[in-house]
Design a protein around this ligand. Structure first.
Ligand code: FAD
Ligand code: 2MC
Length: 379
């Protein structure tokens, strides 16, 4: 067992760190304030390979392992949590189309997704089906050579600015076995977008509801087989949860870095804050828990890479642990900045707002506990 990163991993980490510090961090506050989806920068990320990190090489991706991808995503998140998180969703969508779509369907979309020419959204959640995703109601009726989609999705990241949607819809009876997954061009007639949601964080990416009103798509846009869509959606989310956990770790690292510098500069009671032992202990706990979270994320990624039967539970553990930790670290870092932490002149309040949603999306942390407990009680 070797805990050191190899040369290739260090090289990926360096290039992601450079991109984060030069192309993301300087603009993150402005994108947050102006609610800008930075399309030009996202396309630059494509030039770096960051839009198809674990997409197979046969489809133009880098074909990296989940572990290597996690190293990259973590660095990107230190620059801009929200933009890095969108990149992870795009990667998940591109991987799903490459993995479960026919050669023709994958050939049509995936290389363009990897280059950044087209961007993707993942559409599972509905107004009435959030945690209980298998109760979704959007229907896809097969009529000859087409499927006709009707229904609505809620909280779709990137929606309105993306080009391709992976949509989970019901082709059969109730429950998970009745769900199929489809590739839907985002501008297909009958696809309608709701208003851009006003959010607490994740402001550099739009979030919208989508309605499907008699949307016709070719039968060949079905991913894999009918009735397998829920399993494909969950497989996508296993990796997605590692990705969100890495964004959480990256955000925590950025917050800790800022706090570490600040407490050495800021003087009160005639000495730097860093000289107070309570401050030191707080920093020590932040770092200890951050390292634990990072190692758990990498272990989960390793389990997914090696096809371990308990990989899903480890992905859930990593997501639950890293996102809770990240929120606490960001909040503690804000506290160390005192009143300045509450001002938008400093990045701490943004880190807290961005970190918060990771405890909710890609499965709430209560759902993560459900997945972990099911595995535990099955063993
Ligand atoms: P609910 O399921 O209604 O849950 C409400 C509360 O009840 C939660 O605390 C939950 O944990 C708890 N709860 C529910 N069931 C149980 C239970 N059995 N035991 C204990 N507690 C329970 N979805 C997509 O498909 N694609 C996206 O791109 C996407 N992006 C998002 C972006 C943002 C900014 C947000 C906020 C959400 C996004 N989502 C997306 C949706 C997200 O995945 C859901 O919000 C999440 O899964 C929870 O669903 P819900 O909001 O309906 O909450
Ligand atoms: N990999 C492969 N198959 C899986 C799987 C996984 N990780 N998880 C479940 N399945 C299969 C499972 O094996 C079963 O099939 P079978 O009966 O053949 O064995 C089928 O799917 C149904 O699974 P469950 O019986 O576990 O389904 P249930 O409805 O009880 O619960 C639950 C599933 C709660 C885990 C799931 O609904 C869930 O993850 N809910 C949270 C929803 C969510 O994460 N939404 C995120 C939206 S995306 C987002 O937020 C973004 C920001 C992009």
């Amino acid at each position: 067992m070797d805990f050191a990163l190899n040369e290739q991993q260090l090289a990926f980490q360096d290039s992601a760190r450079d991109f984060a510090s030069s192309r993301l961090a300087p603009f993150a506050a402005e994108w947050d304030l102006e609610e800008t989806f930075p399309l030009a920068t996202i396309r630059e990320a494509g030039d770096m390979g960051f839009l198809g990190l674990y997409t197979p090489e046969s489809h133009g991706g880098l074909g990296l392992s989940r572990l290597d991808s996690a190293i990259v995503f973590e660095e990107l998140a230190t620059g801009c949590t929200s933009t890095a998180a969108y990149l992870t969703i795009h990667n998940m969508v591109s991987w799903m189309i490459a993995s479960f779509g026919s050669a023709t369907l994958a050939g049509e979309w995936v290389p363009r997704m990897v280059s950044g020419e087209v961007l993707g959204s993942y559409c599972l959640t509905e107004p009435g089906a959030g945690s209980d995703a298998a109760s979704l109601k959007t229907r896809a009726e097969k009529k000859g050579e087409v499927y006709v989609l009707n229904g609505s999705k809620m909280f779709i990241s990137g929606a309105g600015s993306t080009d391709v949607l992976v949509v989970m819809a019901r082709t059969g009876g109730p429950g998970p076995k009745g769900v199929s997954a489809f590739v839907v061009p985002a501008n297909a007639p009958g696809v309608q977008y709701g208003k851009k949601e006003k959010k607490m964080g994740w402001n550099s990416q739009p979030t919208r509801a989508i309605t499907f009103d008699n949307v016709e798509i070719p039968a060949g846009n079905l991913l894999g087989e009918e009735g397998m869509g829920f399993a494909y959606a969950m497989k996508g989310l296993d990796g997605g949860r590692i990705n969100i956990a890495t964004c959480a770790v990256g955000t925590a690292q950025a917050a800790l870095n800022a706090a570490q510098r600040y407490v050495q500069e800021r003087q009160q009671f005639g000495q730097p804050l860093a000289d107070f032992q309570t401050v030191q202990f707080r920093l020590a706990d932040m770092l200890t828990e951050l390292v634990a979270a990072r190692q758990m994320v990498r272990l989960a990624a390793f389990k997914l890479d090696s096809g371990s039967s308990d990989a899903s539970a480890y992905c859930a553990m990593a997501k639950r642990f890293a996102t809770d930790l990240s929120f606490n670290v960001a909040n503690n870092a804000l506290q160390l900045f005192g009143g300045y932490g509450y001002l938008k002149d400093f990045p701490l309040e943004r880190h807290v707002r961005d970190a918060r949603v990771h405890q909710i999306l890609e499965g709430t942390n209560e759902v993560m506990r459900m997945i972990i407990a099911r595995q535990l009680l099955k063993d």
